[in-house]
Write a protein that binds this ligand. Structure first.
Ligand SMILES: *Cc1c(COP(=O)(O)O)cnc(C)c1O
Length: 355
């Protein structure tokens, strides 16, 4: 059985052994204030920075989910309002989460085949604390290329920081962390691990800001988390098993550059195939806005149903479309933990049954 569901997604096969080792090595009852745990966090942070090319002077935080990151950013880094540029369900949910805490927050929606023009964004003004973008929109299977993120970063209003939701791309493709202040992801997507842990990284500028704002009224307020992270600890009992699995997996995986090449090549081949050879078509028409890590395909509701049903009967679990797009699309995760053999089976399935 292979799953192409874009989260929770197929985990690395090594996870089976890591879980056994975690049990045998006593991690499941390890005290989270003890030297052994502190060592594990220190090592995991270092390895994440090395393998993913995160600048050394950025600070890494562990939380429970990307959703928690949305909330924490509104609490601790948004005294007035945030600005949200989005084209799908996850970006919109982030906007709604921010708006419920900071009602002055503003959203701007763009089309799935559109490269957003960051020069003309209505509502983006000098009162904006945080500009929020979704680097890979898992709902619409689109991606903002490096150039768009860079332009956004270069055009930030005076006091704004750039926050990037990279939940379904971090650890799958190479990200230019230096061109953003806040990046976050949860591990059940491209990290190929079980859910319940997220990674958030902050630039020195973002750390300086959170210390200045000094919002401390929540259990997960960023200044408290920051104080603890100085000693590689957390404010509350963390997901020790999740951090252990992450440390093992990141250690055994190649540098992001290698993974990136593999993922992008595989995406290119898949888009080429679906552009011509099947009854389904890529959901996103513009090659410049297509995601490398989540591939959307569209068809009539009857065809979509049939594809999912017949694939499942052959042990291939294809992800449903998301939100409004559910009846007319499917999503195929192109995450690094899914082996090439799975994609060969998938393409053979389409060639045989839906060409
Ligand atoms: C999956 C996903 C989320 C939500 O992640 P959780 O860990 O469930 O909170 C947020 N943003 C994007 C882009 C996602 O793909």
């Amino acid at each position: 059985m292979y799953t192409f569901n874009p989260g929770p997604s197929q985990v690395y096969p090594q996870v089976r052994q890591y879980l056994q080792d975690a049990f045998d090595e006593g991690w499941l009852s390890a005290p989270h204030r003890g030297e052994r745990f502190v060592q594990l966090v220190r090592q995991t942070v270092q390895e994440l920075k090395t393998k993913l090319n995160i600048p050394q002077d950025y600070t890494v935080f562990f939380m429970s989910s990307a959703t928690e990151s949305w909330e924490v950013l509104a609490q601790s880094l948004t005294p007035t309002k945030s600005f949200h540029l989005y084209n799908g369900a996850f970006g919109q949910k982030w906007y709604e989460a921010a708006k419920s805490l900071r009602p002055a927050s503003v959203g701007h929606k763009f089309g799935i085949d559109e490269v957003p023009d960051v020069d003309k964004l209505p509502g983006l003004d000098d009162q904006t604390d945080l500009v929020c973008i979704t680097q890979n929109e898992t709902g619409t299977t689109t991606q903002l290329r490096d150039g768009v993120v860079l332009n956004m970063y270069n055009r930030l209003p005076s006091r704004a920081l750039l926050a990037v939701d990279a939940t379904s791309s971090m650890a799958g493709i190479q990200l230019k962390f230096i061109k953003g202040d806040i990046w976050f992801s949860s591990v059940q997507k491209c990290f190929g691990l079980p859910a319940g842990l997220s990674v958030m990284v902050l630039s020195p500028r973002a750390v300086e800001r959170l210390r200045k704002i000094n919002e401390r009224s929540h259990y997960n307020s960023l200044p408290d988390q920051y104080d603890k992270m100085l000693n590689f600890q957390t404010t509350h009992t963390p997901n020790v098993l999740g951090i252990y699995l992450l440390s093992r997996s990141i250690h055994d995986n190649p540098p992001i550059k290698t993974t990136h090449q593999h993922v992008v090549e595989r995406a290119t081949k898949l888009y080429d195939y679906f552009d011509q050879a099947t009854q389904l078509r890529p959901l996103v028409t513009n090659p410049e806005t297509r995601s490398h890590t989540v591939i959307g395909l569209k068809g009539t509701p009857a065809l979509i149903d049939e594809v999912k049903r017949r694939a499942l009967a052959q042990d291939l679990f294809i992800g449903s479309g998301y939100g409004d797009l559910k009846p007319t699309s499917v999503r195929i995760a192109n995450f690094p933990a899914i082996p090439d053999a799975a994609f060969e089976q998938l393409v053979q399935f389409f060639a045989r049954e839906f060409s």
